[in-house]
Design a protein around this ligand. Structure first.
Ligand SMILES: *Cc1c(COP(=O)(O)O)cnc(C)c1O
Length: 352
């Protein structure tokens, strides 16, 4: 039977977002949301933006955010593109640089949206497996791709690639190198300075994770003016709403709140990793707001995931190639992580 859909859309499966439980009462450690609230100033700015002006379209360029980003991160407004979440920036990147049949390379396992976006745009995903320790695979540089994505820190592994490795990759690739820094505020270092030295580097950031604004949908890309101008051509005209603009600008004005929350998350991350190791799990070194861990036989991560869910604790289970039987656990509050560790101790006591 003939389909109403374009062939590539008919063939693909859509992106599956993490579970968002409908009833309350879950400890939610499955989608890397920040356990702490956004800055009170951001909430106030959102409230102040609700009013008669919502009748009017927002600023198509989100100039207020571009200017604040430039000021806080030491760049120029013309080098900043604001998106409806950094997912929106990823969409623009694939549309603008790959196009139908264009090669898009990335090391796997990683953020599964990269593949989905390629299929939507009829681009060709080139998936290059990470080394077992999540080091950059040398083949990535030779993929002859128009776009190369590297999530750094990576998800779901939480691991980090040093900026000098990515600088080397930027020189080696043919097309644009997109460094997706959704989790970088939880890391020790970042790659923003690469934009100044490499004309093909785009760095993506989001207000979702470290700034606790998943629900507002706002993120940005930093890159050379030529790249940013070209990306503008493919964006939705009014892609960022008025409330998100105000929330992001106020969050940057009060960046101390984000830094304090990040410090707490990093401290809890250390306790979570140590607690899991004590239970006999293998934990990958995390520079993110989650940890990726494997349980030792005879227990299975799937059994732990299911039993935790029954006990109303949600974590993310992975069993894709290269990820066989592992859990990704978002760093919650100390109380949430204590509850998780207590329950895991019951479910899979170390076999002495
Ligand atoms: C969460 C996440 C994003 C998207 O963030 P939004 O700004 O909420 O769209 C992008 N990349 C990675 C790797 C992420 O984990």
């Amino acid at each position: 039977m003939s389909s109403f859909f374009a062939k590539n859309i008919e063939r693909m499966t859509g992106y599956t977002p993490g579970e968002q439980p409908r009833e309350p009462g879950f400890i939610k450690l499955n989608t890397n949301e920040n356990p702490y609230p956004p800055s009170a100033k951001a909430l106030k700015a959102i409230r102040a933006a609700i009013g008669k002006r919502l009748r009017l379209y927002p600023d198509p360029l989100a100039t207020k955010v571009r200017e604040k980003v430039a000021e806080v991160y030491g760049t120029k407004p013309q080098r900043v593109l604001v998106g409806n979440g950094s997912d929106d920036c990823l969409t623009m990147v694939v549309r603008a640089f790959a196009g139908p049949g264009g090669r898009v390379a990335y090391p796997t396992p990683t953020y599964s949206l990269y593949r989905t976006l390629c299929l939507i745009e009829n681009a060709k995903p080139i998936e290059v497996p990470f080394a077992p320790d999540f080091a950059l695979p040398p083949k990535l540089a030779r993929a002859k791709a128009r776009v190369t994505f590297v999530a750094n820190p990576n998800s779901p592994s939480g691991t980090f690639i040093e900026p000098k490795e990515l600088a080397k990759l930027a020189r080696a690739v043919d097309g644009v190198l997109v460094i997706d820094e959704a989790y970088v505020d939880f890391a020790d270092r970042d790659c923003l300075s690469l934009v100044r030295r490499h004309r093909n580097v785009l760095v993506l950031r989001t207000f979702s994770k470290s700034f606790s604004l998943c629900g507002m949908r706002i993120g940005f890309a930093v890159g050379r003016e030529e790249l940013i101008e070209g990306l503008m051509k493919v964006k939705d005209s009014y892609n960022v709403n008025r409330l998100a603009v105000e929330a992001a600008a106020a969050s940057l004005d009060n960046i101390g709140t984000m830094r304090k929350n990040v410090d707490k998350v990093r401290a809890t991350r250390g306790r979570l990793a140590a607690g899991l190791e004590k239970l006999g799990w293998f934990v990958y070194p995390s520079q993110s707001n989650f940890v990726f861990a494997r349980v030792r036989p005879p227990h299975s991560a799937r059994e732990c995931y299911e039993e935790l869910k029954r006990r109303r604790i949600l974590v993310r289970y992975f069993d894709a190639p290269g990820l066989d039987d592992a859990l990704r656990i978002s760093v919650g509050t100390d109380r949430e992580i204590n509850a998780l560790l207590r329950n895991l101790r019951e479910i899979c006591a170390p076999c002495a």
